[in-house]
Ligand binder design. Structure first.
Ligand SMILES: CC(C)(COP(=O)(O)OP(=O)(O)OC[C@H]1O[C@@H](n2cnc3c(N)ncnc32)[C@H](O)[C@@H]1OP(=O)(O)O)[C@@H](O)C(=O)NCCC(=O)NCCS
Length: 186
């Protein structure tokens, strides 16, 4: 899919009308290859309700502008990790919009939002060790690799993941995020 040179993205809340977007992101075997496989239509409906109503979950639609189309999902939510209260983050971009720097920029936008929340110092991401794109973008956005872990996702299943950690309060984090946000995508 052609993304215009002057295209950009922003984030908005999920609405009832976004079910088909979430179905494409979570109901597809390729999209969910590194995150436990496709979810059932019922689970996806329940997830949309959580995204819309659970105040502990800060999930957003990634919107391509000026086209104004929803092309992905990103956000952060509360988690207890090794005895510490952290934000966990996660992201997904529709296949035809991948490889254009959109996830990288969207991560910088949620870093800004998590900083504004102010409640937790560290944001973590747990991509599968085989998920090259996600591991690359963690590094690019300033996350620091902690170690490999056996990460439970979905509940009851374990996958070998990298534990990446970002210090939301560090000056370097803010500088990196601002530099990425200043660039267009495409
Ligand atoms: C992971 C994902 C969100 C990346 O989105 P994206 O918008 O394509 O990412 P970006 O364009 O911002 O950048 C990704 C980086 O990884 C690289 N990359 C992208 N796809 C890749 C692949 N299949 N293999 C290796 N590297 C890849 C890109 O070249 C880019 O690096 P660069 O900036 O040095 O060129 C997307 O592939 C996706 O939705 N995957 C399925 C869901 C998923 O796995 N989510 C993550 C769970 S932790």
């Amino acid at each position: 899919m052609q993304v215009k040179e002057q295209s950009n993205i922003n984030l908005r809340s999920w609405s009832e009308d976004d079910l088909s977007l979430l179905e494409r992101l979570l109901g597809d075997p390729i999209m969910t290859k590194y995150i436990g496989g496709p979810e059932t239509p019922q689970k996806i409906k329940e997830r949309l309700e959580r995204y819309r109503k659970d105040s502990k979950v800060h999930m957003f639609v990634i919107v391509l502008q000026p086209e104004n189309i929803g092309i992905g999902s990103i956000g952060f939510w509360e988690k207890d990790w090794l005895g510490e209260a952290i934000w966990e983050s996660g992201w997904r971009i529709l296949p035809e919009y991948q490889g254009k720097g959109i996830a990288t920029k969207a991560i910088s936008l949620i870093i800004e939002r998590a900083q504004a929340e102010g409640k937790r110092r560290f944001m973590h991401a747990f991509p599968s060790i085989d998920n090259e794109a996600s591991n690359i973008i963690c590094k690019k956005t300033g996350f620091v690799l902690q170690k490999e872990v056996d990460f439970e996702y979905p509940p009851g299943k374990f996958m070998r993941s990298n534990d990446w950690r970002l210090d939301l309060f560090a000056n370097e984090t803010i500088k990196t995020a601002n530099a990425i946000i200043a660039k267009k995508v495409g």
